[in-house]
Design a protein around this ligand. Structure first.
Ligand SMILES: [Zn+2]
Length: 290
């Protein structure tokens, strides 16, 4: 499985990439982590990146692509990868296309995380990162756990929470602006290649994890829904798609048109009522929420 997760800063794609990597056993590849690791190792690329960052410049596309190329050549990436935070603009997307073409490892899917702007602002300003292990928490939406889970795997003590320099309110608006300008065009880029899937990334982390799994066709493997009737699953998917489409309005109206399957109503076949219990409609609803 070779996938790209797309989403604004604060959309939760990092958290979901981490969960997906644990579940599927394929590596999460984040350019932020690669940069930090390269700087620590003192590799040629790392030194160049460090120089750019210390000079207050953005790390350029060629440098980032070089790191991605190196990383994808590592053995664990042969089974697939989850790209998180890359590509960030059309140049990088085209370069990635070329690189994966060379490797004969084309992408399987690109998932766009949709969250509205106010929610993004709120999430980013609450974000705290452990200075030791790099785990990300949010004092508003996912505070650090207490008890044994609060122990940092790196130090064996409590996580040392810091606010990243670029997570303060002053820079959040600017990062969102850059995202809109540079990264949002990737939605159309991947849509035209038939790779794009959109999920509603607002709300509970667990719910988003399930939506992501469904978008990638992994839901059945989760076990929970294994016995759900296909008609019910289709209904749930159609509902989720309708919700997303409604929220995205004009910008993606074309997408909705090109994806008629998502809007198709579930077939009207009468499902087998188990133990003749709940009325059909109510039963569907309850399942849908799990
Ligand atoms: Zn930690």
């Amino acid at each position: 499985m070779r996938i790209v997760l797309l989403g604004a800063p604060g959309s939760g794609k990092g958290t979901q990439a981490h969960r997906l990597a644990e579940r599927s056993g394929i590596p999460q590849i984040s350019t932020g982590d690669l940069l930090r690791a390269a700087v620590t190792r003192g590799s040629g690329l790392g030194l160049a990146a460090k120089e750019a960052m210390e000079g207050g410049r953005l790390v350029d596309d060629a440098l980032v692509l070089g790191m991605i190329r190196e990383r994808l050549a590592e053995p664990d990436a042969r089974a697939g990868f989850i790209l998180d935070g890359f590509p960030r603009n059309l140049v990088q997307a085209a370069e990635l296309d070329g690189l994966l073409g060379e490797l004969k490892q084309p992408l399987d899917a690109v998932v766009q995380f949709e969250v509205d702007r106010e929610e993004l602002m709120r999430r980013i300003s609450g974000r705290r990162t452990c200075a030791d292990c790099g785990r990300v928490f949010n004092v508003l939406t996912s505070p650090p756990p207490s008890g044994a889970a609060a122990i940092c795997p790196k130090t064996g003590a409590a996580h040392r929470l810091v606010q990243r320099a670029d997570d303060n309110e002053a820079t959040v608006a600017e990062r969102l602006r850059v995202y809109e300008e540079k990264t949002r065009p990737l939605i159309a880029f991947y849509q035209s290649r038939g790779l794009l899937r959109v999920i509603d990334a607002a709300g509970e982390v667990d719910a988003v994890t399930q939506r992501l799994a469904r978008a990638l066709g992994l839901a059945a493997r989760a076990g929970r829904n294994r016995r759900a009737r296909p008609a019910v699953r289709r209904a749930v998917r159609a509902k989720a798609a309708a919700r997303v489409v409604k929220g995205r309005r004009a910008a993606t109206r074309g997408a909705a048109r090109r994806k008629p399957a998502g809007k198709k109503p579930p077939p009207r076949r009468a499902p087998k009522t188990r133990r003749g219990a709940a009325p059909k409609r109510g039963g569907t609803r309850r399942r849908g929420r799990r």
